[in-house]
Each structure stands twice: as C-alpha cells, then as structure tokens.
Write a protein that binds this ligand. Structure first.
Ligand SMILES: [Zn+2]
Ligand SMILES: [Zn+2]
Length: 366
C-alpha cells in the first residue's frame, strides 16, 4: 500500500513523501497510526548523531489501531488499540532471562539496524529503494508494519497521543526514578532538563514520594511546565548557580540527580550535584560518540553512585501496561505533557520547537 511518511534521505535531509509499505508477514501487524511522539532521538538520528544510518522512516513513539494481522498472530486482532513498544525483547537471551529486557541481544541485528525482527524491511521508496524502520517502529507515517512483540494492547479509553508518549518518554523518565534509581519515599530529587523525558521524571519522582522535587532547565517556559508536572522548586541554570541553589533547598544536595539532557556539562553537573553518598542517573544521550571528563574525586571521596539508564530499565510487556493503568487511575498526570500537536508535514516545525524549548512534548496526530 502507499502511505505518507517522514523519510530521512540523508544526514539533515528530511522529506515527507509517499512510499510503499508491504503487507505484514506471519508474526507482524499492520497499524493505522493515530499519534506519534516527537523525541530527541528522532532529531539526533535526522542529524546523523546516533547509529542508525539513512535512508529511513523516522518515529518510535506511536499508538494506533490494528488494521490487519499476519496469520501467526494470535493475541491481536483488527480494531484493537495498541501502543508501539520499540523494545520487542526475545524473552530468551541471557539479558531477558535476567530481567534486563532493555538489553536484549536481538536488538543489535534488528531494531538498531533499522529492520523488523526477521532482519528485513517492509518499506520502499516509490522507486523501489529499501528504507529502514527506525527502531523497528517507523511511526512517523500513516501506517506501520511492526512485529507483534512491538504492539502492546491498550484500553480503548486511553487517548492515542498519551499512549504514544508512554512508549518512550514516559517509560524512560518514570523508569529512571522507580526502576533504575529505585528512590526511597521521602528522597530529595533534582531533574536536569525538562523536555518529555525530564517532565516524566518529575512525574516519576512525585509517584515515588520524593520531596523536594527540583527541576533544572535554561528555559523559563520549560520550568513553568515543570511546576505543573510535579516540581516543588525550579532552577534556571542560566540565571542561578545550580550547586548553591541545590544546597540552599536541600542542605547537603539531593539524594538523587537525574540528567535527561546527556551533554558534557549536565552529566558532570548531575554527579557533582548529588549529595555525598547520593546517586547520579544519566539518561539522556546527545550523541553516540560523546565522551565526558568526570569529576572523579566527587565519585570516590563522596562515595557517590553513577548509574546509566537505558529506556528507564523497563520490562516493556510488564511495565508499559502498568504505566497505562497509572495514567487511567490519575496517578500519572500525562495530559499536560502534550503541549503541541502537529500534522506530519509540520515535523520540521516540531523539531524547531523542541530545540527552542517551547514544547513539553510535541505529538504528530493523524
Ligand atoms: Zn524516544
Ligand atoms: Zn532477549
């Protein structure tokens, strides 16, 4: 079938064009997308800063309606509402058996290579050139073919745009707090960067019973979003001294500092900002080849913990439905996260707004 999609044709080259999508194979499903989140990873991939090389169809946060299923699919049927899980774990490798589904061995040859789970693509240009599925998802398109392991059923009352962002930003942000750091009730916490992931971290901190919850950003508008999403204090890092202010609020520094940005300055800021004996959690990834000089004395003498967090350390099939239920129960307040909606053609504007710091999370709606 022919579909409209956001195609990265080369580094920094984006085209919204009509392409061909082949039907689902036996274990795959065809989804009619209703919403696709705009994530920094999409922007970094468009810029050639992460590992998947073009040509490819962007997008890995998505939700929609199952349109057709392959003949070996038993748990999904046309009409089901699903969110797209870009971590379709094998559930058999040593990492999966250890509960680390975010580290599954099959990702390297499949989703990170821009393929579906059989190592091939269903996407071609109209001239017949194969296109990769970004993270096995390719949700910035009217339709997507994904493996059944990439489709998580959701109740019909969950808005598609909320379901879309649960699959990446919310899972990563909330997971960093409750799964990676496993903060104790009453912990003080600071979050660096208030985009979709950082704002989700604030929600995770609130859910986990942290206090105070301190949001740090360089845009006042994002700090306004942060106050709506659970921050009890805010710091504008351009106008205030971050360390002094953290100590003024907490006395000795926060128990945990989360970095959602992944830049050289913010990573060392997270480590230095945490109290002696505290924890720094690095979640954001700016560029795959980034190397960062770290204040090691702060790590050793102050007995700190420095943790990496990939995709919120989640077990997608277990944790994504839990996040959906926490939203339905009002425990996660995700509606304010979606501050801007775009048509697919407006993706360049969505990237520009994300960089300018004027959106919490932008979502493409179809
Ligand atoms: Zn993402
Ligand atoms: Zn596995």
């Amino acid at each position: 079938m022919q579909i409209k999609a956001a195609v990265v044709t080369g580094t920094n080259q984006l085209s919204i064009e009509t392409i061909d999508l082949a039907p689902p194979q036996p274990t795959e499903v065809l989804i009619k997308l209703q919403a696709a989140g705009v994530c920094h990873s999409d922007l970094h991939t468009f810029r050639g800063e992460l590992s998947v090389a073009p040509p490819l169809v962007l997008g890995h946060e998505g939700a929609g309606v199952v349109e057709a299923v392959g003949n070996a699919v038993t748990k999904l049927k046309p009409g089901d509402h699903v969110l797209v899980n870009w971590l379709p774990a094998c559930e058999q490798c040593v990492h999966c058996l250890n509960g680390h589904y975010n580290l599954c061995e099959r990702y390297g040859s499949t989703i990170y290579a821009g393929c579906l789970l059989d190592g091939t693509s269903r996407l071609h240009t109209q001239a017949g050139v194969p296109l990769k599925h970004y993270l096995g998802a390719a949700t910035m398109a009217e339709y997507a073919v994904i493996d059944q392991a990439s489709a998580i059923p959701i109740p019909a009352d969950v808005p598609f745009e909320v379901a879309a962002i649960i699959g990446c930003a919310v899972a990563t942000g909330v997971g960093a707090v409750v799964k990676t750091a496993q903060v104790a009730v009453g912990s003080s916490a600071a979050v660096i960067g208030c985009g979709g992931v950082g704002l989700s971290m604030l929600q995770g901190c609130r859910l986990a019973g942290c206090h105070p919850i301190i949001a740090i950003d360089v845009f006042d508008q994002k700090l306004d979003f942060a106050r709506k999403m659970g921050a009890t204090h805010t710091i504008n890092a351009r106008q205030q001294d971050v360390y002094e202010t953290l100590r003024a609020i907490t006395g000795i520094g926060p128990d945990a500092v989360f970095d959602s940005v992944g830049a050289t300055g913010t990573i060392s800021q997270a480590l230095q900002g945490a109290r002696p004996g505290g924890t720094a959690v690095i979640v954001g990834l700016h560029a795959a080849n980034l190397e960062v000089p770290l204040p090691i004395a702060s790590l050793i003498y102050d007995n700190k913990r420095l943790l990496g967090c990939f995709a919120g350390s989640i077990r997608p099939k277990v944790d994504l439905p839990i996040l959906v239920e926490l939203y339905r129960a009002g425990r996660l307040d995700l509606d304010p996260l979606i501050s801007q909606r775009y048509a697919l053609d407006q993706l360049p504007q969505a990237f520009a707004d994300m960089e300018a710091g004027t959106v919490a999370r932008g979502v493409i709606t179809f």
